[in-house]
Write a protein of this length. Structure first.
Length: 131
């Protein structure tokens, strides 16, 4: 991630999250293979802690090894305040299969903020600059 300054750094069993340059960085724990409802809720808690003052913020998420999203977690992301304070989300997914699944999920279930999936961090961060 380079020489980032990690403001509002928080770490849980699900992720490491911090804010730098008005972007929240969230790195999902590589041991998480499936986003369950409990994981989804913890990821939102971690992200909100990293946001700090709740100023609308762009979010960069490195997915790592998560290959699927449980139906209840998907429903939580659709029908809650999970995106409160979020301008846009760029997800770095280096696994081709997970990226295909993610694209399908986000195309079928419209989120309340723009979400895009990337295979290169530089492209993801460039996309977030629009927000």
């Amino acid at each position: 991630m380079g020489d980032l300054i990690k403001h509002n750094y928080t770490k849980s069993n699900c992720s490491e999250s911090w804010k730098d340059n008005n972007v929240v960085f969230q790195i999902i724990n590589p041991e998480i293979k499936k986003i369950t409802l409990n994981v989804a809720k913890q990821l939102v808690i971690d992200r909100k802690k990293a946001m700090g003052n709740n100023t609308p913020t762009a979010v960069f998420v490195k997915v790592n090894n998560a290959l699927s999203v449980e139906k209840a977690a998907n429903y939580y992301y659709e029908n809650s305040d999970a995106y409160e304070g979020t301008k846009a989300i760029a997800m770095l997914i280096d696994n081709y299969t997970a990226r295909l699944v993610g694209n399908l999920i986000f195309k079928l279930n419209k989120q309340s903020v723009p979400v895009s999936l990337f295979n290169k961090q530089s492209k993801a961060l460039d996309w977030l600059k629009k927000f």
